[in-house]
Structure formats: C-alpha cells, structure tokens
Design a protein around this ligand. Structure first.
Ligand code: PHE
Length: 406
C-alpha cells in the first residue's frame, strides 16, 4: 500500500508509528504570537532583546547579540535531543510528551534545539525566540504551545583572561568532572563565567519585574549544561521557576566547531514572564483574538507599563452605524465616541471608524463606525442592543447634525 503522508508548512512527511501531531496544533503553528506587534509575548521578547542589546555592546557601539526569532519549529529529533546529549532513554523523548511528524521529525520542545546549528554557523552570541510544543493538558497555566527565549554566549581564552592574569580557561589535559565543573574547564573559568551568567540573569529579572524583585538560585540538572541552575523569583508570596541555565557542555560546543571557546546558555519561558508582568490570569488568553484582549497591549513602546483588565465572558454584539458628515463645521470622531459612551454606558466595549469616503458629486463625507456591545454581567439581547443603537443614532443627529444613512 502507498505510504500515508502529512503536509505541514508546505512540506511533506511520511507518516509512521510516531506521528501524533493534530490539526489543531498545525493551525496554531501559523499564529506566531512572538511576531505579532502589540501581543504580550512579542512585547516581552522586545524587552528581553533590548536588555541584551544595551548590556552587551561591541567595539563600535553595535549590539553583540543577534536575534533569531523566525526559525522553523519543525526540527529533527537529532536537533531537539541528540545534539544536546539528551540520553536515549530520557523521558522527554516519549511520544506522549512531544508532537512528532514521524520518528525523525518533531515540533521543537525547546528553542535550545537550534543552539548547536547556530554555533556551527559561526555565531558566538545569540538569542533564539520561538514557539515550542509539548503535549500537555490545558488549564490556566498549561498549554501545548508556548514560547521560549534561549541565549548562548561563547568566549575565548583571550576574551576572558587578559595575558597578564596568567589564568587559563582549559585544563592542560582533561581533569576530573566534579559537581562544580566539567573535566575540560578550569575552576577559574567556571567561576568567572557563572558570575557573568548569574549577574546577567539577575539583572534581566530586575529589568522585567522591577528592581526589588526577590530571587534565589537553585541547583539544577540539564543534559546540555554543567553545572546548571534555575533562577526563581518570588511572586505573590510564592517561588516561581523562571529559567534554566548553566555552563555549556564542552562536548556540544566542540562538536559544533567552537572547541576553543567556553560558553553559558539559558532558556526562559515567555508566557510565565508575561503572566506576571501583565497580571494575565490564564495562559489561554494569549490565543484570544478578541479586541477586548488585544487592544490592551496596543502600545508603541514595549516598556509601557500595562496591567491587564479582565474582560467579560459574555458574548459580544456588533452593530455598524453610517452617516453623512455636515458639510460645514469641524466634525471630530471623538465627539461621536463620547455620545456612544454616554448613551451606551457599560454596554460599550469598543467603537472604531471602519470606513469613510467622499461622495464625488455631492462633495459630502460619509463615516461608518463599528460599535461592539458587551455587558460584564449578562448576555445582552438583540432588542436591547438595537434600542441603544437607535438612540445613539438619534443623539448623533441631534448633537452633531449628521445625516443617518439607512
Ligand atoms: N531548554 C531548557 C528547558 O526547556 C532550558 C535551558 C536552556 C537550560 C539552556 C539550560 C540551558 O527547560
């Protein structure tokens, strides 16, 4: 029988016993929340990027880190696991934990999947931002798609220790691996690198959560770093794990062609940060396309302080209104907005100008506004909305002298 195939992002994959990706997940792959201007995930990405751009500045004033936020989430199991020394029997490889296209291809379960390729391409300092996928139940803090930011910083002997220090990054010949360091690295190198790593991440936490954020370091394990740590921050009286990090396994760095360097790396979840920074109570809200959510994050500057205001769970009712603008006098949309608010009160969620045109013969201007009605406490009936909508029309005629088009 012919082999069954699957098409995802325009590429064909042969199905096998590993295939478990679902149509819903495939649909979500196109959303790219971290690339949508004015989405909270995008805003947090921008804040992290701007922190790194400012913190590490090159010889000519240019940012040292480069950002990769458009890499294909479809990766090989080699990229996601093997290139990072994840053991063959590691639980994260289970079909039950990840989305597989087939036994060779999967949706990345972490942005770390790209680290070794980017090092191999010659980069020493980079950030990776992207959507990651893990099979999980859906509740207010778990969702099968979320976003991560990874970083790598590689340094040479020469960059780390000026000649006159007489210090070395690498042991003359590999030493013993201990809890504190890998066999190849010297104690001195690990000490200075972990200091750089930890201060960089503490300052990042302060930049995101405010200068007085409480934090602590916890020992951790990752197959791709040693030693490894997790940074936790205190939020509403509870310790919350923010990110994982560590000194990169020398074997990974060397295999990618940068054996003369030592590096640190970290990986952080963007939803976790965004939920705390903006008071977003439910991870599912990130996927909302409702303007009552999205408009709260419509800002030019990602550093604008925003606190999310919960929106009603009751359905919206949308009604348009069109009228001719009086030819004489100054008409201002804001005057109409005020009328809408004063007549509609709490029932009004949003008003926007959706269309305008100039009648070429009459030389008259027409505006069309879209009014979104929604009540915080109950479902509005069509009748009740129509009554208010008509009243808004009457008030606009009366107060602004417009001519309703019906
Ligand atoms: N990839 C790890 C995770 O998803 C985070 C991490 C990245 C840890 C890089 C150390 C170094 O949890």
């Amino acid at each position: 029988s012919p082999v069954a195939t699957l098409t995802v992002s325009g590429k064909q994959f042969e199905k096998d016993s590993y295939t478990n990706i679902t149509p819903t997940i495939i649909k979500q792959m196109s959303r790219k929340l971290h690339q949508q201007k004015c989405h909270p995930i995008y805003l947090i990405k921008e804040r992290i990027v701007s922190y790194f751009y400012k913190k590490y500045i090159g010889r000519t004033g240019n940012p040292v880190f480069s950002v990769y936020d458009n890499l294909d989430p479809i990766v090989t199991t080699h990229q996601n696991f093997d290139s990072l020394l994840v053991p063959h029997n590691h639980s994260s490889r289970l079909k039950s934990d990840s989305y597989y296209l087939n036994s060779n291809y999967m949706l990345r379960a972490h942005t770390t999947a790209h680290q070794s390729d980017l090092i191999a391409s010659g980069l020493d300092n980079f950030l990776i931002v992207g959507d990651v996928y893990r099979r999980d139940t859906v509740d207010s803090t778990h969702y099968p798609v979320f976003h991560q930011c990874d970083a790598v910083r590689l340094q040479t002997q020469h960059e780390l220790f000026p000649e006159e220090y007489g210090l070395n990054v690498f042991e003359k010949k590999p030493d013993r691996r201990t809890d504190d360091k890998q066999a190849e690295h010297t104690v001195d190198a690990v000490r200075i690198l972990s200091y750089q790593l930890k201060t960089t991440l503490q300052d990042l936490a302060k930049a995101l959560f405010g200068q007085d954020v409480e934090y602590r370091w916890v020992e951790a394990y990752f197959p791709f770093t040693h030693p490894s740590w997790e940074l936790e921050i205190k939020h509403n009286g509870e310790w919350l794990e923010l990110l994982g990090c560590g000194i990169m396994e020398h074997q990974i760095v060397a295999k990618a062609g940068a054996g003369d360097r030592i590096g640190w790396a970290f990986g952080l979840g963007l939803e976790r940060v965004a939920m705390r920074v903006y008071d977003i109570p439910d991870i599912r809200l990130f996927w909302s396309t409702d303007p009552s959510f999205t408009k709260q994050f419509t800002v030019d500057d990602p550093h604008t302080p925003i606190k999310y205001q919960p929106v009603s769970v009751y359905p919206i009712c949308v009604n348009d209104i069109s009228f001719w603008i009086p030819p004489e006098g100054e008409f201002n949309s804001n005057d109409f907005f005020d009328i809408v608010r004063s007549v509609g009160g709490d029932m009004i969620e949003e008003v926007s100008l959706v269309d305008q045109f100039l009648h070429p013969k009459k030389m008259m201007k027409s505006h069309c506004y879209r009014i979104t009605y929604r009540h915080m406490e109950r479902t509005l009936t069509k009748n009740e909305v129509n009554k208010v909508h008509n009243e808004i029309g009457c008030k606009a005629v009366e107060a602004l002298g417009v001519d309703l088009r019906v």
